[in-house]
Ligand binder design. Structure first.
Ligand SMILES: Nc1ncnc2c1ncn2[C@@H]1O[C@H](COP(=O)(O)OP(=O)(O)O)[C@@H](O)[C@H]1O
Ligand SMILES: [Mg+2]
Length: 249
């Protein structure tokens, strides 16, 4: 099977910090996977995603995305990936539609093609009616959906989602997850971060549990549940392997 992403002994320590945010992280994401990068707050999920999307530098190790090394072949990678940030990144004083025009334009989409893609995705995510309203008047769940659409407009081969369902209600979450499953079935690889284990268990074909910037285990959700003693759901595996201590005090 071809790999979408290879990470080999990746290290990153932020300037001024004593402990690494990513510490010898090694992972392989097969093409076509919904790959969950899971772990508690501060585990290094966002830093890893940012490095893979070319938004941050790293200290050592190797990464390859769609077969290319981002250091040398960023131009070949850029339009093949989509990135949906953890912190909503939209222009509040533009409408939803205008926001999507901006993001699609940045990916080289224009005219009728862009218009059709925007309308298609607004329909899929149940947002066609409010598309001419300003983002600042949108609810949190609606902003999350527009944030997600912004990363999908150019139909990326590999989609990076950093906590895409944070803070949304159950109905919105279910709609988002159903659509992500459909998008994955159409051939898009998804890398997704979360600390919602129940959600990850239903969505992911494979997961890596990370903590302290290191990989703790990788496998399929059912495989990890079966091989971890006394566990019958992914949350049990997660708690057993990452411990019960609070992380963001
Ligand atoms: N810009 C930054 N400067 C310094 N330290 C950071 C920065 N961003 C994240 N960190 C630290 O790096 C570690 C990993 O953070 P992050 O990648 O955001 O984890 P996660 O997304 O899993 O919650 C944490 O200890 C966090 O405090
Ligand atoms: Mg994060």
């Amino acid at each position: 099977m071809r790999t979408a992403i290879e990470i080999n002994r990746l290290c990153k320590t932020y300037r001024g910090s004593k402990t690494p945010a990513v510490d010898q992280l090694t992972l392989t994401v097969p093409e076509g996977a919904v790959f969950g990068l899971l772990g508690p707050n501060g585990a290094g999920k966002t830093t890893t995603i940012h490095i893979l999307c070319g938004l941050r530098s790293f200290d050592s190790g190797e990464i390859s995305i769609a077969g290319y090394s981002p250091k040398r072949r960023w131009k070949d990678i850029r339009r093949r990936i989509g990135f949906v940030p953890q912190d909503i990144a939209l222009y509040p004083s533009l409408t939803a539609y205008e926001n999507l025009q901006v993001f699609g334009g940045l990916m080289g989409l224009r005219g009728k093609l862009l218009k059709n893609r925007i309308n298609e995705l607004l329909h899929l995510f149940g947002l066609e009616h409010g598309k001419h309203r300003l983002i600042e008047h949108y609810s949190g769940g609606m902003k999350r959906r527009i944030n997600l659409i912004a990363g999908l407009l150019h139909r990326p081969e590999i989609l990076f989602l950093d906590e895409p369902t944070a803070g949304v209600d159950v109905q919105t979450k279910n709609l988002m997850l159903d659509n992500l499953k459909t998008i994955n079935r159409e051939g898009h690889t998804i890398i997704y971060t979360s600390h919602y284990m129940e959600e990850a268990e239903t969505l992911c074909t494979q997961i890596a549990l990370i903590d302290g910037g290191k990989t703790i285990c990788t496998g399929t959700p059912s495989g990890l549940i079966a091989q971890t003693k006394g566990c019958d759901k992914l949350e049990d595996v997660y708690l057993q392997l990452t411990g019960k201590k609070l992380r963001d005090e």
